[in-house]
Design a protein around this ligand. Sequence first.
Ligand code: ASP
Ligand code: MG
Length: 488
Amino acid sequence: MNEPSQEGREAADLSCGCVVMKFGGTSVEDAAAIRRLCQLVARPSAQPRVVVVSALARVTDQLMSAGEAAAAGHLDSAREMLQVVHQRHQNVGGAVVRGELTRLFGEFDAEFTALDSLLRRIASDKALLPCAQDSLLGAGESLSSKLIHSALRSSGVNASLVDARECIVTDAAHTRATPLWDETNQRLQSVVLPLLESGQVPVMGGFVGATRDGIPTTLGRGGSDFSASIVAAGLHASRIEIWTDVDGILTTDPNLCPEARRVARMSFDEAADLAYFGARVLHPATLAPAMRGNIPVWVLNSRNPECPGTEIVAFCEPVDGVKAITTKRGVAIVDVEPVRWFAPELLREVFDVFERHEHSLDLLSASRGSLALLVSSVSGLPAIAEELKGMANVRWENHKALVCLVGEQVRRRPEIASQAFRAIGDIEVRMICQGASERSISFLVEESRAEEAVQRLHRAFFSNPEPAMERRASLAMCQAEWAWHGAD
Ligand code: ASP
Ligand code: MG
């Protein structure tokens, strides 16, 4: 492999903005994936690039398991798990890095020595505290960014390593931190911009940040997409590329429905609704900074880079009909029945109690006699029911799934709802939400029927489009193909 070239220096023209390229776990999982990444980053481009990487596929989970094992008193097996992760990074590094291997392995050693002492601390605490968890999990991105930086340099890219913890400044809400925007933007401008101006390709880990005092934090699982969008907004990038292992956003989860197909184009709002209703296409927070900066987001396949992927933009000519179908499993329905009558104070009290217990609510539907809430976890419910005792009786049922149809025009076309319910007429529907969002209809079914519901709906809306719909779809720029992809 060559020495770092000056190609980036000649190409750096910041006047039309930079491109933030984010590579998910599967796009950096092994030597072959990293070689593909290097080729993509090295492609001639008129715009400077910033590379944001996830941890190698499965590493975050492995680090988490090691932390949990240490907390449970199994320090030896925790250390063995760490050893496996160390070995994997060395193997992949050995295959893709030339010339800088000794330095890279030295950096890995230092990282794993620190992780080893962290595991000991977790073992002596007998608990995996949120602050320790952030230091532990964030190491995955720290390791991958070092590896990718060296691999890029080995393939001739003038890459420079940026510690994301020095740029992404967050609050101290460990495991789900939020950026402090002004400080983050300032740091990005002062640390990353000069690198771009001098023709270098900054490489940084996603998912991680640090408080003002430098204490490591993370942005929540799957947060590397969010990092890419934070970086793009701070640098006024002209485009965000989310490189993953499927052809873009699909009409539904291909694991449930193999006929799922790519959606060519969609709006930020549609993509945000999809993320909210369970599509794992993008971390739900990702779109907000991109939307604020009006930066288009592309979801692309690093294994099939010639595929045009999905473009997510502020405005997309609406095509009548449904663009995608999602399903969120593991949902529980909570019935809150007032002991006496339904007073507005009860609503306030219910929200307060859920907030005090940091229990998020997904959907709500109210009637004169009761309140139905959807939640994704039942763990805090007994305590919540106890607090509301005297005011309301709280009961819940789990093993439900929320099925959601998303598309700009969904609300304005009542026939969509009737077509949907015709398709799943014999499946019991517990709760229907339509109208709260411009672009979605969602309803609750038994988890065991969710797959069938999605398959039937997909058939109804995508396999046999009515002739008129087909014509409209083919005329419009944004075709009714929509998107989902596996998590990485
Ligand atoms: N590695 C982190 C996770 O698995 C963040 C990410 O990949 O987006 O959650
Ligand atoms: Mg992801």
